[in-house]
Design a protein around this ligand. Structure first.
Ligand SMILES: [Zn+2]
Length: 68
């Protein structure tokens, strides 16, 4: 892994595991139900707080999405 590689399983805003179903599926090889994030409403404001290098790479966690 490259030193600056983004850990897609960690929330880019709080650093906690985002538990994205798609990442869990990749990690465990176990089929997951559709992730809550496919239903969540991520506002432009919220997305703007994600560091540029992590945008589109790491999922925001449910807690941070709910805070906005
Ligand atoms: Zn978070």
């Amino acid at each position: 892994m490259q030193p600056q590689a983004v850990d897609a399983s960690l929330c880019p805003l709080c650093g906690e595991p985002n538990r994205c179903a798609m990442e869990v599926e990749k990690e465990t090889g176990v089929k997951q139900p559709p992730c809550w994030c496919t239903q969540a409403d991520f506002t432009a404001d919220l997305l703007a707080r994600v560091p540029v290098e992590k945008q589109r790479l790491a999922c925001i966690c449910a807690a941070c999405a709910a805070k906005d």
